[in-house]
Ligand binder design. Sequence first.
Ligand SMILES: [Zn+2]
Length: 255
Amino acid sequence: MEALQRAAQALASARNVLAITGAGISAESGIPTFRGAGGLWEGFRAEELATPEAFGRDPELVWRWYRWRRDICSKAAPNPAHVALVELESRFEEFLLATQNVDGLHPRAGSRKLIEIHGNIDTARCTKCSAILPLDDASEIPGSQVPSCPRCTGRMRPHILWFGETYWPGVLDKAFAAASRANAVLVIGTSAQVWPPAQIALQAQKSGATLIDVNPQPTEISAAADVFLQGKAGDLVPALLHACDRVCGEGIRTS
Ligand SMILES: [Zn+2]
């Protein structure tokens, strides 16, 4: 596969690599997007629950929804694409994985050089003192599903970027900084409909990185990519890792 070979060459010669993942990689682990008509829960759409207004009106309802989602995520397992990304992180001088996914599959697979730009379903944030804690460490308000802050007893909310909210300070800066230094950027399973992650990828390309897109369906990113690998992330990311190893092996033998 010629495209795979070209992507492997770009990775093998890169010192700094940025990877960006979206819902597609999680879908292969059986996690639904929770959006649109198929994502209805008790008659609600995600767009009606994942907002600060919904939380202000009925925090109990929003938490019940997140606990249901968290249960689905906890039963899902990382797939071979998640595992291959863990392998990749140790092979470059600099590596960053920026994910849009909140399901926690990347940290569970073992990724450490990671920023979860939309938050994480296993964490909660205090609405009073802004402490961010693992949800399991938060105490529950008696008779309610709403957790309370162990530091200040304030009400806690899911540490998730909701519709209508802006990114937390510093999060995008870190991703854009990595983009400006990257020699290769790997985009996996993102529809490119969520713009900041797509912009980060295009910024990296503008700064000289080879843009590699892995997606079952072509997107706007695929059209702009230097290499488009069409198919499942669970097949293609491990294949890319192995092809990269072969290229490096050949490099060692011939040098
Ligand atoms: Zn607090």
